[in-house]
Design a protein around this ligand. Structure first.
Ligand code: ATP
Length: 255
């Protein structure tokens, strides 16, 4: 339900052999929020989302994501709890069609379905149809229905990035984490992506995304969190962040 705590971080920190990538972050994200994470290179943004998605264990502090304690929980458990993400660099299967790329995301979710298919049990065909319908819906959600049968590598750059989102949606997440989704996009593509993110949020998804395109972040988010040197230096509405002297000095001024 709206307003429920989705992410709760207390003193979360990560150190890599003396490098303090993230230094004691306290952060709450509530259901329905669209949170943009900005900050200079090396500020700790990727490390932070890697910890939230269960890829990297924290050095200290605690994190609860969708009721699951992050730390020793394997990444597939965190995913099963409802966290899905995209990566900074595209991880599409270039030779598979757009639809097949989304099916891969769906297959990762349902292990029983996958096993039945391997064993070719009668229920497998029904599962197969259901998976296709589901994948087609995910493509439709990001506006790629017309390109379902096209090879991923043949899609435009912006379409490939949205295909990654469609694949992330296949697991029906509650929390969607996007790592620089607008990177390399032109203005038109970025505006379309912004609209997509806001419409996913209207459907009840909680979204956390890292993005260097500050204009796009301010236009898209309900809240912006600014990291610098592994710490939160500001957190607030887009209007508050755009007017924050510390943010302007640390980040916007140099952007
Ligand atoms: P960017 O915007 O460039 O992606 P970022 O804000 O995502 O940067 P991180 O990638 O989280 O920043 O890096 C934070 C700091 O931690 C950097 O100094 C980086 O060199 C260091 N760091 C990150 N991952 C590792 C690692 N696996 N081993 C050692 N140091 C790391």
């Amino acid at each position: 339900a709206a307003g429920e705590t989705v992410v709760s971080l207390t003193g979360l920190a990560k150190e890599y052999g003396g490098v303090h990538a993230v230094r004691g972050i306290d952060l709450e994200i509530r259901s329905g929020e669209v949170v943009g994470l900005i900050g200079p290179n090396g500020a700790g943004k990727t490390t932070l989302v890697n910890m939230i998605s269960g890829l990297v264990p924290p050095s200290s502090g605690s994190a609860t994501v969708l009721g699951t304690t992050i730390g020793r929980t394997p990444v597939h458990r965190v995913a099963a709890a409802g966290v899905s993400r995209t990566f900074q660099h595209s991880k599409l299967f270039n030779r598979l069609s757009a639809l097949e790329n989304v099916l891969v995301g769906a297959h990762l979710v349902s292990r029983p379905t996958f096993l039945r298919r391997l064993l070719w049990l009668p229920s497998a065909r029904r599962d197969e149809r259901a998976a296709l319908v589901h994948a087609a819906r995910c493509l439709e959600r990001v506006g790629l229905s017309d390109l379902a049968g096209n090879r991923a590598s043949s899609l435009s750059y912006g379409d490939q990035r949205r295909l990654e989102i469609a694949r992330a949606l296949a697991s029906e997440p509650s929390l969607l984490i996007l790592d620089e989704p607008a990177a390399g996009m032109n203005h038109v593509e970025a505006a379309r992506l912004s609209e997509l993110i806001r419409s996913l949020a209207r459907d009840g998804l909680t979204i956390l995304f890292i993005e260097h395109n500050v204009g796009m972040v301010l236009e898209t988010c309900t809240r912006v969190v600014v990291l610098d040197f592994g710490e939160v230096i500001a957190s607030g509405s887009p209007a508050e962040i755009a007017a924050d002297p510390a943010v302007i000095e640390a980040y916007l001024g140099t952007a």
